[in-house]
Design a protein around this ligand. Structure first.
Ligand code: ZN
Ligand code: ZN
Length: 292
């Protein structure tokens, strides 16, 4: 098992290197094609300046979001965590692994047999990380980390900026790709870099796949559901965490609009929104969890 995990971790870092490699050739292709246009004057200069400025701004946001997902702990269960119930009720709870089922859903107490501790709501055990993750969404090999309560927003922003950046690269390289593909035609800029064709192809694939993931996760955020819970939801028509689109969005992105597009939270949001800490989640008052 340890060997498999080691192999997986190494494979994950190879994926990071692959992404950095694609990023490097894409950067080279766009800069080499549009860089000379900066001193050409007229509309060429304006176009080159606009594309290069957008490229660098998006690149900063993409790298910031990406490494925030990679290096932010998705959230673990604090040692000795116990559910917030009154003492009398707590005394009646079964607390040993022989008494409590491994997975007891619908808001009731859960216990992880692997970690030997009680689990907060929406917490799941990750077999790759070897520990319980708060509001676990999935383990992502591309970021060599779990995506959970504390880095889910950063993951969504990573998808968002990845889609914008790769789309920009595809659109800006399209004229050069067409020129390279068409025999007898040469682009106005002399010497199209060899990185143009692989950068165009790889960014087209990444743009389409990041768009697919983005759409999937927008639908999940709109209903306050994780990827794991989406399977659970199929068995019930009611979802206790669905508080309406606005509140569902705020539980992931916070209420401070200045931070919506940044991989960070304001101090006020962190103190006001318990869901951002990953241990407590408000549920719909009109739904009795016992009925679910
Ligand atoms: Zn666990
Ligand atoms: Zn994991």
């Amino acid at each position: 098992m340890a060997c498999n995990l080691l192999e997986f971790a190494m494979f994950g870092w190879i994926e990071i290197l692959l992404l950095l490699f694609i990023g490097s050739i894409s950067y080279h292709a766009v800069v080499a094609n549009y860089g000379p246009g900066l001193i050409a004057g007229g509309l060429d200069s304006l176009l080159a300046f606009t594309i290069l400025m957008l490229l660098h701004c998006l690149l900063v946001m993409l790298l910031w979001s990406y490494f925030s997902v990679v290096f932010t702990d998705p959230g673990c269960v604090p040692p000795g965590w116990r559910p917030a119930v009154d003492e009398e009720q707590f005394d009646t709870l079964p607390l040993t692994m022989t008494e409590v089922p491994a997975y007891s859903e619908n808001g009731r107490i859960q216990y992880c047999r692997m970690c030997n501790h009680l689990k907060p709501p929406r917490c799941n055990h990750c077999y790759v990380c070897g520990r319980c993750i708060l509001k676990m969404d999935h383990h992502c090999a591309w970021v060599v980390n779990c995506v959970g309560a504390l880095n889910y927003k950063y993951y969504l922003l990573f998808l968002f900026y990845a889609f914008l950046e790769t789309s920009l690269v595809v659109l800006s390289l399209l004229p050069y790709y067409i020129a390279l593909s068409s025999e007898g035609e040469t682009p106005e800029t002399p010497g199209i870099p060899a990185t143009s064709a692989p950068a165009f192809g790889s960014n087209l694939v990444l743009a389409l796949s990041s768009l697919g993931f983005l759409i999937k996760h927008i639908l999940l955020v709109a209903t306050n559901t994780t990827s794991l819970e989406a399977y659970e939801k199929k068995t019930t028509s009611k979802w206790q965490y669905d508080l309406g689109r606005k509140e569902n969005f705020e539980q992931v992105f916070g209420m401070d609009k200045k931070y919506w597009f940044l991989p960070a939270y304001s101090k006020e949001d962190l103190s006001k929104i318990p869901a951002l800490q990953g241990l407590e989640y408000p549920s719909r008052p009109d739904l009795d969890m016992q009925e679910l």
